[in-house]
Write a protein that binds this ligand. Structure first.
Ligand code: SF4
Length: 147
């Protein structure tokens, strides 16, 4: 990417605040010096939306059961030393309510790759959290099929 391209990309970031996948890949290839202008725009956009405060996220680790075996990870299925647990949907929603009462505005639902929680169960949990709270909700639950 030449300097003009980089400048156009960064201008687009400022104006539209969104990129295509291809543009993101190109931005990830910028070297340290080329990235500085992008960092300035990112910092400006961050300030615009969240100011200079620190925002904490509630993290609900609702299952440490995992069907995968990543060697670096304590949750891997072959780790027999770990005692395993799994929260039921109602418990997860209750913890989310508690997070909101404690002042969190975002909650992350995190687990190993545990197929006990079907897409249906996960979507019911998220829907229930949305109905009972004003929390933004993010998922970190391993790989899932797109649908
Ligand atoms: S999929 Fe995630 S939780 Fe499971 S073993 Fe790998 S890193 Fe750990």
């Amino acid at each position: 990417m030449n300097k003009k391209h980089i400048h156009n990309f960064i201008e687009k970031a400022y104006r539209e605040e969104k990129f295509t996948n291809k543009e993101i890949i190109n931005l990830l290839k910028l070297d340290n010096e080329e990235s500085q202008e992008l960092f300035k725009v990112a910092d400006f956009i961050r300030k615009k939306y969240v100011g200079n405060d620190i925002h904490l996220r509630g993290l609900i680790e609702f299952s440490n059961i995992c069907e995968r075996n990543c060697r670096y990870c304590g949750l891997r299925r072959d780790n027999k030393k770990l005692s395993r647990y799994r929260l039921m949907p109602e418990e997860i929603v209750n913890y989310a309510e508690k997070c909101e009462k404690l002042g969190y505005r975002t909650v992350v639902l995190q687990s190993g790759e545990d197929s006990f929680y079907t897409a249906r169960i996960i979507s019911d949990i998220v829907r229930e959290i949305k109905q009972r709270t004003n929390l933004a909700t993010a998922l970190c639950i391993g790989e899932r099929k797109r649908e």
